[in-house]
Every structure is written in C-alpha cells, then in structure tokens.
Design a protein around this ligand. Structure first.
Ligand code: AMP
Ligand code: ZN
Ligand code: ZN
Length: 303
C-alpha cells in the first residue's frame, strides 16, 4: 500500500476520502481537515483567545497539538473530577502533554470550584451520573470562560461521538437534544460560544494521530460511565461505514447543513440568568447547581 501523496509506504487507509497515507501525510491531512472545519463553520479566528477543554483522552490532547500547530491562541483547561485513580491518571496525561507542548494549562478541581461534594450533590440531583458530570463540566467551563473573557470554548468531540449521539437521539426522537447538537453552539448572554473542531475526524483516526504524535493519553473509560449505548451506536455506525464508506460523515454533515434548520426554527425556550450565580436556567429563577446547593443546605439544617 503506497501513500497517495508521496508514494512512500502508507500506514493508514481512509476509504471515505479514497486516501492511503504515510505518517507524515496522515498528520498533515488531520491538521488540514481540522483547519477546514474551523473555517467552514466560522468557529474562531487567530486573534481570539480560545479555551480548550482537555480531558486527558486522545481527542482533546490531539486537538491541543493541532490548534498549536495551526497557530491559534489557545489555553487548555483540565477539570479534576473526584473519580479516584481514573482522575489521577487523566491529570497525569494532561501534564505529560503540556510538557511536550511546552504549555501551562489551567487546572480546576470540580469540588473546590463549585463548593460542593460531587457525590452528595448527585444524590440530590437524582439523574444518571454521566449527565450530572457533563452538566457540572459545562457549568465550570462556561462560568470560568465568562469570568476570564474567553469568548469561545472548544472540546474534543469527534465524528464518532457526534454520529452516535445523533443516531441515538433520532431513534428516540429526542427533539430537545437534537436542537442543541452541532459543531457550533452560538453564545447567548449567559454562555460563551462552544465549538467542536474535530467533527470530521473519527475515533480511529484520532487514536492514530495521538500515537504517531507520541501523545500519551488515557485509554480506559471512566469507571462510573454507564454510557454503553454510545459504544453500541458507534459499533453499528462503524459497520455501516465499512460497507458504505462516508455514510457516517454524510449522515452528520447533511443533518447539520440541511435537516436541522428544517426541524428547528427559533428556539422558543425562555432563557434566564440564575438569580444567585448568573448561569443560564430555563424554568426556575435559580440554576440546577444553586438549586442543589440550597436543597443541601436545607437538609443540613434538618428541614
Ligand atoms: P467525553 O464526554 O468524556 O467524551 O468528553 C468530551 C469532551 O469534553 C472532551 O474531548 C473534552 O474536550 C471535554 N472534557 C471531558 N472531560 C473533561 C475534563 N475532566 N476536563 C476538561 N475537559 C473535559
Ligand atoms: Zn506520503
Ligand atoms: Zn446558579
């Protein structure tokens, strides 16, 4: 197998682009694809200060390297979750990558920043741990970005994450989730803009990119993760893509380009700012977190 670009030995095949690439041209391809997405969706510009959420996984660490290669003004932020060994290892991976990139990331301990105990708060929240964890992380990223004048937050969600989510939500017609999905979520008066520059790149490609770039990353799933459904959808979509290369990418990009705006016009949800912390909330005067905190206080006081 020879590289389509230089005819040296190829190390990876990308059927949906009809490409076989050597290591050098593979890396170039990934960086170019990311750059194209950033431009196409008008995600951010060179002079903007960008906050990148890094988890210690292949996607966000790989994206860190790509954004630096492309010359963007990016600051990485890692949220330290209270998940024991898993969180310690994630932190170690972020530190390792920071050293390699000669960068100083920001570290925020979730419990300290929010002044809560994650597991006690979860008991009050009463919904699955993954959805609570995601909500907590979005809260930290958004409020930190707002307070420190970052206008845009980037995450490492890739094509497989996005299509698995899309398929799951289409199968169950979870309209409210579909409306909020996309490569760009525009800012509102309470939240900065959120972008996903890796939406054209697959899990397999990002693993390979991290490996060939000598980035160490955490491969284990979070021990609390109950999200077996997303792995199931990813496997099914990969089987479809193996038979019909490009289907996954078509499914997602056509949804974003043509379908989403047919389904959704203006959102009629009424957004408000939380009376206490100014984070966004839909129904109550206080946000999910301030609600939990006041419930915790009431329980402590024996009411
Ligand atoms: P996940 O939901 O774990 O697949 O993560 C999706 C994206 O969220 C990652 O690519 C990161 O950009 C971001 N993220 C997840 N966990 C963390 C964390 N502990 N700290 C900062 N960003 C995170
Ligand atoms: Zn080549
Ligand atoms: Zn609040």
């Amino acid at each position: 197998m020879k590289c389509t670009v230089c005819k040296e030995d190829a190390v990876i095949k990308i059927p949906r682009h009809n490409l076989k690439l050597c290591e050098e041209h593979f890396k170039e391809h990934i960086i170019f694809q990311t750059q194209r997405v950033i431009k196409h969706f008008n995600m951010f510009k060179k002079d903007e200060s960008l906050l990148l959420a890094v988890s210690g996984g292949k996607d966000s660490l790989g994206l860190w390297l790509i954004l630096k290669e492309l010359g963007f003004n990016v600051k990485a932020l890692h949220i330290i979750m209270p998940f024991g060994e898993y969180s310690e290892k994630s932190l170690e991976m972020v530190k390792g990558c920071a050293k390699k990139l000669n960068e100083k990331p920001l570290y925020i301990e979730a419990n300290k920043y929010l002044e809560i105990d994650f597991f006690k708060a979860l008991k009050i929240y009463k919904k699955p741990i993954c959805s609570f964890c995601g909500k907590i992380k979005r809260y930290i990223l958004s409020t930190y970005a707002n307070r420190n004048s970052y206008t845009t937050i980037a995450t490492g969600h890739n094509l497989d994450d996005e299509t698995a989510f899309l398929l799951g939500n289409v199968l169950h017609w979870h309209i409210e989730y579909l409306n909020k999905q996309g490569p760009v979520l525009e800012s509102n008066q309470f939240m900065p803009k959120k972008v996903k520059p890796l939406v054209r790149i697959t899990d397999e490609e990002m693993s390979f990119f991290a490996k060939t770039s000598e980035i160490e990353y955490i491969e284990e799933k979070c021990p609390y993760s109950r999200n077996a459904k997303s792995i199931f959808f990813k496997n099914i979509l990969n089987e479809i893509d193996a038979q019909m290369p490009g289907t996954k990418s078509f499914f997602y990009l056509q949804y974003i380009k043509n379908i989403k705006r047919i389904f959704f016009k203006e959102s009629d949800e009424k957004l408000k700012g939380c009376r206490i912390c100014h984070y966004q909330t839909y129904n109550d005067d206080t946000c999910f977190l301030c609600n939990i905190k006041s419930k915790m206080k009431r329980t402590e006081n024996g009411h």
